[in-house]
Design a protein around this ligand. Structure first.
Ligand code: XMP
Length: 512
């Protein structure tokens, strides 16, 4: 089944992924493409509409991304956002000028409800929108009318409804814009005529069919980490080609409390061949005497590949290797020159070590929230579907200094209690990542009239959209107090708890 498509044309703005996510939330499939994509190529994709993203430039900069005027003659509806709005105005003969005062943040915006974007949704005549611009459209092109304004921005929205061209200076994709998703919904449904045919149930069905066709009677291998992406990929592959699939779960021993068993329980009876390698002793041996974070990471990464390779060799030649790459990885690995943030190596180096014919990436076009929805659709255990991100080296990089069995046990117990209290307070889906760290510091305490000299546990909890920047979570004191009380009472060798209140940057989320 093919889906109706919206193209998000990327001009290098910071919210590009967010726009795509919002369109998908409206039940409409979209893909992000570079503004450099040839117009013929865009046309061949047969999109129902195109959204121009924001971007950091001014249309008057020579180096700024531009677009051929021909795109406006394709008879495809276009919505320009921020820089995209200015580019539309500029390209079609309007005027863009520098703001006297640049607008940034929540801004009172007056809407004309006769616009199809604003009329059919719950939007007051004046509501807040999120602005972030230093240029503005000072004259709209011929044939356009203004449909929203703010104190400093006379053309906060403008349109040529006949040609289905729409533009907004503000960012409807950002939560701070009141009813912003509704405006995007109006554009994709009422202007572009999308019916909302993008559902995870539909996706699962098509993906299973495609995988079956591709794989035939071939053998498939998947490295299962227990994280959301590889677990959902495994569940999907199991449904499609269960008996031809082997999942190798390398348990390095640095998982959270009970986690290895939870992963095993979720997949043991799914029809696939599930191999759990309990390799803790091997990993511990490699880490003896190691306290430098980078050396730890490197040693774990290398050992992981060695163990995986050993197991894979036992299976013999496989035809397909599955990777849990998701859409943000694809976007961030570089669509155009503006979008390169970081390169991703999802299963660090594995393809070099395993003999296989082709890679399958069944989640390549999905955002994280869609991956979770798909997991739910496939009936995967909620414990796995809602698992927070967990670093490959696991608790090894949350134990500062050398790792010992005793420290590992202390951290697992403390972390378990913290997670339990966060869940009890119903904060587990609100806070993006939360965990305990065993600092290598001991301090003096008093317990039952006796002096103690024990370790300090640091609690870390962050809210973040992209994990590249993060704020510390404002957890109620009562929740912290209960967690701290329980940890010092229930976990041996701990007499002090601190809460990490640094943002990223300057700190990182993990301590090592
Ligand atoms: P930092 O500590 O760099 O972490 O602020 C950002 C996010 O990345 C995760 N992280 C890792 N994930 N392998 C991974 O798969 C790693 O080596 C690794 N190191 C950090 C971290 O948990 C956070 O979500």
């Amino acid at each position: 089944m093919s889906h109706q498509l919206i193209i998000v044309l990327d001009f290098g703005g910071q919210y590009n992924q967010l726009i795509a996510r919002r369109v998908r939330e409206c039940g409409v499939y979209c893909e992000v493409k570079s503004y450099k994509t040839p117009i013929e190529e865009l046309k061949a994709l047969n999109p129902k509409g195109i959204i121009f993203t924001g971007g950091p430039n001014s249309v008057y900069d020579e180096a700024s991304p531009h677009i051929t005027k021909d795109i406006f003659d394709l008879n495809i509806p276009i919505l320009g956002i921020c820089y995209g709005a200015q580019l539309m105005a500029y390209t079609l003969g309007g005027e863009v000028s520098a703001c006297q005062t640049s607008e940034y943040g929540k801004t009172d915006t007056h809407y004309d409800h006769s616009s199809i974007l604003f009329g059919g949704i719950h939007l007051p005549e004046t509501a807040q929108s999120w602005m972030s611009h230093t240029d503005y459209v000072s004259r709209v092109p011929d044939g356009f009318r203004i449909t929203a304004h703010t104190e400093n921005c006379p053309a906060a929205a403008f349109e040529n409804a006949e040609k289905k061209l729409y533009a907004v200076q503000f960012h409807p994709e950002v939560n701070h814009t009141f009813a912003g998703t509704g405006m995007i919904d109006s554009f994709v449904k009422c202007v572009c005529g999308c019916i909302g045919d993008w559902t995870m149930a539909g996706y699962a069905k098509t993906a299973i069919q495609n995988i079956r066709e591709k794989v035939g009677d071939g053998k498939v291998l998947l490295a299962l980490s227990g994280g959301v992406d590889s677990s959902v990929a495994a569940a999907l592959l199991a449904k499609a080609v269960g008996s031809q699939l082997t999942c190798i779960f390398v348990d390095h021993g640095f998982m959270r409390k009970n986690e290895g068993d939870e992963v095993e329980a979720a997949f043991k009876n799914s029809g696939m061949q599930f191999i759990r390698v309990n390799a803790k002793e091997q990993f511990m041996k490699k880490l003896r005497g190691v306290s430098d974070p980078e050396t730890k990471r490197k040693a774990i990464g290398e050992e992981f590949i060695r163990v995986f390779e050993q197991e894979a060799k036992k299976i013999g030649k496989v035809d397909y290797l599955v990777q849990g790459t998701i859409y943000p990885d694809v976007i961030e690995s570089g669509l155009g020159d503006a979008a390169v943030i970081k390169s991703h190596h999802n299963v660090g180096g594995l393809p070099d070590y395993v003999d296989f014919k082709e890679i399958i990436e069944p989640l390549r076009m999905l955002f994280k929230d869609e991956v979770r929805k798909l997991g739910t659709e496939l009936g995967l255990d909620p414990v796995l579907v809602w698992r927070q991100p967990f670093p490959g080296p696991g608790l090894a990089i949350r134990i500062i200094g050398e790792i010992t069995d005793e420290k590992l046990e202390i951290l697992q117990d403390a972390d378990f209690i913290f997670r339990e209290e966060i869940a009890k307070a119903a904060l587990d889906r609100e806070i993006n990542q939360y965990f305990a760290v065993l600092t290598n510091m001991r301090s003096v305490g008093v317990m039952g009239d006796a002096r103690t000299y024990d370790y300090t546990i640091a609690l870390r909890a962050v809210t973040t959209n992209d994990f590249m920047t993060a704020d510390f979570a404002k957890i109620p004191y009562e929740v912290l107090a209960v967690a701290a009380h329980r940890i010092v009472n229930e976990v041996k060798n701990i007499n002090r708890i601190v809460y990490d209140i640094t943002t990223k940057p300057p700190a990182t989320i993990e301590w090592e």
